[in-house]
Ligand binder design. Structure first.
Ligand code: 13P
Length: 273
């Protein structure tokens, strides 16, 4: 999207999460980011690009990530709304760096602190983000198969005025070793009580029926990273197996991008039309 001067404009999450559920696809390199942007543009769907602190470090820093995303939007003439979001910002300093670099959304993950401390830190990030017209996501409870307390969820939303909340509802990051025990009633109750967009971390390797039920229960943002990593590696490994002598990175990495596009397409297909 462009502003009135024709400059590339990233959007924050506030408006796009009000009307529909949007996937956060995590990015890990240039080709990966390009593949996601090309696919969502083809599908005419908004997207949240999530970058973790480690991925940002790997890619060269906050400014590099921001410039890669903005430049791709411009060069590829991406027309859909794109949010650039810091995933699991560990402290105020990380959020500040992201906002200064042009990220339009940040997650402050102070969930390992006491509720009071989590609220205090999150409040400071919300104040900071307001100066950049950026959105803020916070986490409460641990995303390790546990369950967030409804009153705590209400308290953090009420006191901090965050734009999105990531509760623990039986979900985990990475590969589910056994069938997750997602508490859909808890999602509905948190949604009713807080009236804030809810985020599901650990959206990978969940069957479509579960993803659909999550959306129906009130989840507005679903985060996917591991599924993309597995698909990317699968594409590249398969290619190298039958092209052992190939050394051109463009040829080696392309099948990874193709696999990423398939995941993006398949995930978006579960969303209600
Ligand atoms: P997965 O790696 O399990 O998809 O989780 C991604 C995530 O929640 C990023 O915050």
């Amino acid at each position: 999207m462009y502003n009135e001067n024709g400059d590339v404009m990233l959007v924050n999450m506030k408006d796009i999460l009000k009307s529909k559920t949007v996937f956060q696809f995590n990015i890990n390199n240039l080709e990966w980011t390009k593949a996601i942007l090309e696919e969502v543009n083809e599908l005419k769907e908004p997207v949240i690009l999530g970058a973790s602190e480690n991925a940002i470090k790997y890619m060269g820093g906050y400014k590099v990530v921001s410039q890669i995303v903005k430049s791709l939007i411009e060069e590829l003439e991406i027309k859909v709304p794109v949010v650039l979001h810091l995933d699991h910002g560990k402290n105020i300093e990380s959020c500040k760096k992201a906002l200064e670099a042009g990220f339009t959304s940040v997650m402050i993950d102070a969930s390992n602190y006491s509720l009071e401390e989590n609220i205090k830190i999150t409040k400071q990030v919300v104040e900071l983000a307001q100066k950049y017209n950026a959105s803020v996501e916070a986490e409460i409870g641990s995303i390790n198969g546990s369950y967030t307390n409804i009153n705590d969820a209400f308290k953090i939303v009420w006191e901090t005025k965050i734009d999105a909340l990531a509760p623990a509802v039986g979900n985990i990051h990475g590969i589910y070793k056994k069938k997750p025990k997602i508490n859909y009633e808890l999602i509905k109750e948190i949604k009713n009580k807080t009236n804030v967009p809810l985020v599901l971390h650990g959206g990978s390797n969940l069957p479509d029926e579960i993803l659909k039920q999550l959306v129906e229960s009130g989840i507005n943002k679903i985060n996917i990273n591991t599924d993309l990593q597995i698909a990317w590696a699968r594409g590249i490994k398969k290619y190298l197996k039958s092209n052992k002598k190939e050394y051109d990175p463009r040829k080696i990495l392309e099948p990874g991008s193709e696999e990423i596009k398939k995941i993006v397409k398949n995930k978006i297909a579960i969303l209600p039309k």
